[in-house]
Design a binder for this molecule. Sequence first.
Ligand SMILES: *[C@@H]1O[C@H](CO)[C@@H](O)[C@H](O)[C@H]1NC(C)=O
Ligand SMILES: *[C@@H]1O[C@H](CO)[C@@H](O)[C@H](O)[C@H]1NC(C)=O
Ligand SMILES: *[C@@H]1O[C@H](CO)[C@@H](O)[C@H](O)[C@H]1NC(C)=O
Ligand SMILES: *[C@@H]1O[C@H](CO)[C@@H](O)[C@H](O)[C@H]1NC(C)=O
Ligand SMILES: *[C@@H]1O[C@H](CO)[C@@H](O)[C@H](O)[C@H]1NC(C)=O
Ligand SMILES: *[C@@H]1O[C@H](CO)[C@@H](O)[C@H](O)[C@H]1NC(C)=O
Ligand SMILES: *[C@@H]1O[C@H](CO)[C@@H](O)[C@H](O)[C@H]1NC(C)=O
Ligand SMILES: *[C@@H]1O[C@H](CO)[C@@H](O)[C@H](O)[C@H]1NC(C)=O
Ligand SMILES: *[C@@H]1O[C@H](CO)[C@@H](O)[C@H](O)[C@H]1NC(C)=O
Ligand SMILES: *[C@@H]1O[C@H](CO)[C@@H](O)[C@H](O)[C@H]1NC(C)=O
Ligand SMILES: *[C@@H]1O[C@H](CO)[C@@H](O)[C@H](O)[C@H]1NC(C)=O
Length: 274
Amino acid sequence: MNPKPDSFLLLLILTTFVSICVSQIDQQYQTCGQTLLQCGDISGIGYPFWGGNRNASCGYPGFELNCQNNTFRLNISSMIYRVLDINNTTRTLRVARDDLWDNVCPRVVTNTALNFTIFDYYSTANDQNITLHYGCTINPVAIAGISPYNFNCSVNGLFSWNYYLTGQNSWLGNGTPCNTVISVPVNGTAAPALANPWSVNLLQGALNNGFWIQWSANNDNCNVCVRSGGVCGYNADSGSFSCYCSNGTRRATCDDDGNGTVDRKITKFSNNFR
Ligand SMILES: *[C@@H]1O[C@H](CO)[C@@H](O)[C@H](O)[C@H]1NC(C)=O
Ligand SMILES: *[C@@H]1O[C@H](CO)[C@@H](O)[C@H](O)[C@H]1NC(C)=O
Ligand SMILES: *[C@@H]1O[C@H](CO)[C@@H](O)[C@H](O)[C@H]1NC(C)=O
Ligand SMILES: *[C@@H]1O[C@H](CO)[C@@H](O)[C@H](O)[C@H]1NC(C)=O
Ligand SMILES: *[C@@H]1O[C@H](CO)[C@@H](O)[C@H](O)[C@H]1NC(C)=O
Ligand SMILES: *[C@@H]1O[C@H](CO)[C@@H](O)[C@H](O)[C@H]1NC(C)=O
Ligand SMILES: *[C@@H]1O[C@H](CO)[C@@H](O)[C@H](O)[C@H]1NC(C)=O
Ligand SMILES: *[C@@H]1O[C@H](CO)[C@@H](O)[C@H](O)[C@H]1NC(C)=O
Ligand SMILES: *[C@@H]1O[C@H](CO)[C@@H](O)[C@H](O)[C@H]1NC(C)=O
Ligand SMILES: *[C@@H]1O[C@H](CO)[C@@H](O)[C@H](O)[C@H]1NC(C)=O
Ligand SMILES: *[C@@H]1O[C@H](CO)[C@@H](O)[C@H](O)[C@H]1NC(C)=O
């Protein structure tokens, strides 16, 4: 009456069963679900973002985050932005232009637009545009020779006027010839405050505080995928959205409906019994 052979057999069966189950869990489902991004105070960041140790197949093109000096950076239409906040419920980001960070006088001033295929301004945020005017030949609103909206930049030691205007006083800049004029959103509290004369000391803080943008990366598809128990991703080969399910990759959903086509059938025992 030795129970050992029996329990050994049981253990063998159990081990085999467990390893089969483990080997059947989809690789992308596992890695994309578990490899979330973290940088500075921001953590738990998943789809559509990728970068660092989170593979491109776990995100969506245009959403690569770069963690530098404890701050996420995002390249939108060749402009680098610092990411200050991410809200995955509203699918919004608070971003600030990196070139204007702590420096209202960058070496090269460029105007930029969002990539409107995947981003838009978040209207609910009440952000407002201000304009920054660089290298102007005329002082627009001279009061005893100084303008209440001026800021100083020394560009190659050459003197020129620089000033900012808000929506409320933009008419002041009418007809002033300037080298470059850029438009930057600031929040709905900062803009009216900046409209007051001699409030230039608020300018840098308003720029550093950033503005909200909303993302669009197959949002509806992703909702459906997540609701069916999947993890969202992207297939660069087919150039389309992917839904990673525990039992394989589908185009849309893990549910076994007409649209839940299996893209890549999993190979049974792929890890252990090759
Ligand atoms: C949303 O963000 C929170 C923390 O900010 C994180 O824990 C959670 O996993 C995120 N959800 C998704 C779906 O990315
Ligand atoms: C990483 O992403 C690339 C391109 O999207 C994909 O071809 C590759 O299979 C992924 N690698 C892993 C380990 O998932
Ligand atoms: C990171 O910080 C270091 C030291 O402050 C600085 O020299 C470097 O330029 C910073 N890198 C970026 C990308 O801002
Ligand atoms: C905008 O984003 C789309 C989708 O990621 C990308 O295909 C396109 O090249 C981007 N356009 C610019 C100007 O970066
Ligand atoms: C930003 O993206 C553009 C094109 O997508 C690329 O040419 C440029 O080098 C990128 N900039 C940085 C600083 O990575
Ligand atoms: C995301 O935004 C919603 C709506 O503004 C807000 O209720 C929620 O608290 C925000 N979530 C986080 C994590 O900030
Ligand atoms: C700010 O300006 C951009 C164009 O530079 C425009 O698309 C956007 O709608 C403006 N935002 C507001 C709040 O007026
Ligand atoms: C700009 O520079 C001039 C001359 O150095 C100085 O008088 C003025 O106070 C400066 N203005 C600001 C806003 O710093
Ligand atoms: C608006 O920006 C200012 C800095 O200019 C900041 O102190 C304030 O907290 C911001 N308000 C909101 C609601 O984000
Ligand atoms: C994959 O799992 C889902 C539930 O998570 C199930 O509805 C579906 O039938 C399974 N598909 C296959 C091919 O096994
Ligand atoms: C497949 O998708 C189409 C359009 O998205 C929808 O009308 C149809 O009901 C779906 N079929 C099934 C079986 O879910």
